[in-house]
Design a protein around this ligand. Structure first.
Ligand code: MRU
Length: 343
């Protein structure tokens, strides 16, 4: 496999490295994720995260395994475990399924490597397209709220929702970004705040619960978020809290956009009801842990509900910003998402 490098994923010709996103931005530590066991551990722990990036990272891992001369049986076993490492982001399943689509006994290392390499390069192009189409919707003076992290840390390229914001900023539009801190794992407060600062995009970090005030005061004029899985009817899963933002946006008459590549569309999901939602450990909500140590504020035995994602119904979405263009509700109703997955 050729060498590759993005903000949080690197292949140096021998090993696959992931930037530990649970330690960012306080510490920048690269972890060797070459073995499937390590890659699975890091995906589960969100050390490598973001729907497009986990698909590509898993693909790199399988390509490397194939190159190492592993048997087809072992390769398929590793693929199955990688595929199951997180349940909601469909990019992971879509990537692994393509890398295991060959007939039994027909494993071809060159084909596998070429496919993994293509996923990386393609994601960069998909991000560029999303950024281009989405930036056209951003106006001078917009106050944009975003949730979680959808930038270079979550993709191989400029990101999805974040790529749009970045492109609008590069086009010299005067925008201000409100970043939801994104409880419980703080992808907004730690990762998006860091990326925004690196890119010198004007921004303000808020508690998730402060969005309503800013909408009422008209300081937020648009919501742009990413996604982990889009069902065929346009319902989509994204980081928990996204649904609440969509409800708030509707109440305040504010446009709500979701951005994602075709690799996030699930042709097997008719609606959001079919999307499996990951539930995570109770301790993530009872306190925090990371580069800043462990702080627990809730009683140790407090019962917790900790879904990592929620589903936003299509009825609350103003438009879907995809790599092939901006899709309206009418486009989605006439089967636009199926068309988007076809090249
Ligand atoms: O649990 P995470 O941090 O992997 O969740 C990520 C998100 O919800 C992102 O918004 C989504 O993957 C889109 S990234 C381009």
């Amino acid at each position: 496999m050729r060498k590759f490098e993005s903000l949080a994923l690197r292949f140096d010709g021998e090993k696959i490295w992931v930037l530990d996103q649970m330690l960012l931005p306080q510490k920048k530590i690269w972890l060797d994720a070459t073995s499937p066991e390590k890659m699975i551990e890091y995906i589960r722990a969100l050390k490598v995260r973001g729907a497009p990036l986990i698909g590509i990272a898993a693909a790199f891992c399988l390509a490397r395994l194939a190159e190492s001369g592993e048997t087809e049986a072992e390769y398929r076993k590793a693929a199955e475990s990688l595929r199951a490492s997180r349940p909601t982001a469909v990019n992971l399943m879509n990537a692994v399924d393509k890398l295991t689509a060959f007939r039994p006994g027909q494993m071809n290392v060159r084909d596998i490597v070429e496919l993994a390499e293509r996923f990386f390069r393609e994601d960069q192009k998909l991000c560029e397209n999303i950024a281009k189409y989405g930036a056209e919707l951003v106006l001078d003076g917009d106050g944009i709220i975003t949730h979680c992290n959808t930038g270079g840390l979550a993709t191989a390229g400029v990101g999805t929702a974040m790529g749009i914001i970045r492109r609008a900023h590069e086009e010299k539009k005067k925008i201000h970004v409100y970043i939801d801190e994104t409880r419980p794992l703080l992808q907004g407060g730690r990762l998006t705040a860091w990326e925004m600062a690196e890119l010198a995009i004007p921004h303000t970090l808020i508690c998730d619960s402060a969005a309503a005030i800013l909408m009422r005061e008209k300081r937020i004029t648009k919501v742009i978020v990413g996604c982990d899985r889009i069902a065929l009817n346009g319902d989509f899963a994204n980081k928990v809290g996204t649904y609440g933002l969509a409800v708030l946006a509707r109440h305040h008459g504010i446009a709500f956009y979701v951005a994602g590549p075709y690799t996030t569309i699930d042709l097997h999901c008719e609606s959001g009801a079919d999307i499996p939602i990951e539930e995570r450990a109770a301790d993530e909500v009872r306190g925090v842990c990371g580069a800043f140590g462990e702080v627990v504020w809730a009683p140790r035995a407090t019962p917790v509900f900790n879904p990592a994602f929620d589903v936003t119904p299509a009825a609350l979405v103003s438009a879907w910003i995809l790599d092939k263009g901006v899709y309206t509700t009418e486009d989605i109703k006439r089967g636009g998402l199926i068309e988007c997955t076809q090249s």
